[in-house]
Design a protein around this ligand. Sequence first.
Ligand code: SAM
Length: 254
Amino acid sequence: MVSATDGAGGGDSSRPWQTLSAGFEQARAHEDSLDRLVEWPAQRALLGDVTGLAILDAGCGNGTKIAQLARDGAAASGGVDLSENFITPPPGVELIQGDLSDLAAVPGLAGRRFDQILFLQSFGYAADGVRALQVAREMLTADGYILLTRTQPIRYAIERAEQNGTSLGEEYFATESFAYRHRNWNDQVTLAKRPYTMSDLLNTFSAAGLWIEETVEPRMPADAAERYPHKQAVLNKYLGILIFKLRPVVLPSR
Ligand SMILES: C[S@@+](CC[C@H](N)C(=O)[O-])C[C@H]1O[C@@H](n2cnc3c(N)ncnc32)[C@H](O)[C@@H]1O
């Protein structure tokens, strides 16, 4: 059994991902995974036409998404992940083992600029979320933006209220880290997660000097809901994820 108690001072613990990544990727590849049915289609739609763009995927998993973006025309793209459980990348894509907490310190990334930097279900693992976003902001091109997704915090509050026999509000506003196991990924691996509220999330963006251009709460398309009612039932209960398109705040010069 793998467990983790680190990450207490900053974000969620990253260490268990060395073990967890294989199970996560297997679950994500299932035809009924919420990533395939809901999350990736919504993320991909927001990214739009990527022809010629330089894209960095921070916490890229095995690199499937950045590889897809390269196939869709993105140029000079890269993925960074701690777990190093990478696919063989297509030409033009570099997959690098590194920590998303400080992207400028990842080998080969210092001084590089990107049109889009992605934190897809990975931002919570940054040792210091504000600092990670500040570093990423400095790596954007003049018209660049960050696409960041995070699980609805209400989802964890509902789960823990059910487990602990407490209320939604008690768990939503709790501050202690909690142990979390994902049955579909690998139920032998325990992640240490820090609770967060919606205001925590929004204040992190402000503190990092970013403004929200767009927020999306993706839903299951009707045909998918018909095919996979058990997955629609999960969303009916736990809501899903939030997607934010974030741009640097540019203050008017006086
Ligand atoms: C939930 S998965 C999301 C993967 C992918 N972005 C996606 O959308 O499918 C979280 C990923 O973050 C990676 N990760 C966790 N902590 C990290 C860190 N400190 N630096 C870089 N990657 C990290 C994990 O190895 C894992 O691949």
